[in-house]
Write a protein that binds this ligand. Sequence first.
Ligand code: NI
Length: 236
Amino acid sequence: PISPLAHMFLHLKNILTPEEIHTARSLLGDDAAWIDGRSSAGGQALAQKRNEQLAQGSPASQQLRSLVLAALQRDPLFFSAALPHKIFNPLFNRYSGATNTYGDHVDGAVLHSKTPDQWVRSDISCTLFLAAPDEYDGGELLIQDADSERRIKLPAGDLVLYPSSTVHQVAPVTRGARIASFFWVQSMVRSTEQRQLLFNMDMNLLKLRSTVGETSSAVVGLTGTYHNLLRMWADV
Ligand code: NI
């Protein structure tokens, strides 16, 4: 039996400010360095993938990566949920016209990131939506759960985190363009279940602090327990 805790889908709102969304979108217009998404896909992905990706060497790509990474770094929820050890350099894709879908696939377990040059184990897959839902039809991220399918289509600037172990797809876009950033996280805590427990504890500690205060002995004690669990489970 699979524990429900082993499934972690987290929606983080407003990762990007409206100004940042505007900047990102202006760098991801029709004149951006869009290339065939299959150039970075192997095997199974190659057969299923029909989209466009921003060329990683383009100047816009550098600026966009920095924008996304800075946004992640200032977000305490992202840190608490992902406990990132390594982050794959954020990539950018577009689904529209004849290159409008990515069929069922699993993400590779170990992926090579160019900037910096490193191998990243994919514990968590992330999609940061950059187009508003009313700009396009279709384009949902469909993630197979134990016995159902989750359909995810978020406001521009919002992020979804999901386990990289899942089978997922991007449904065909039938109008407009779906533009997003995507990347993977190698977590300090490899186990989804352990990571979920830590996140749950951290969120409840946050509530407790706001009601009984930072210096309450129970809060101090439980904060110690959180860190001792993290110390037991983390690899850095
Ligand atoms: Ni994928």
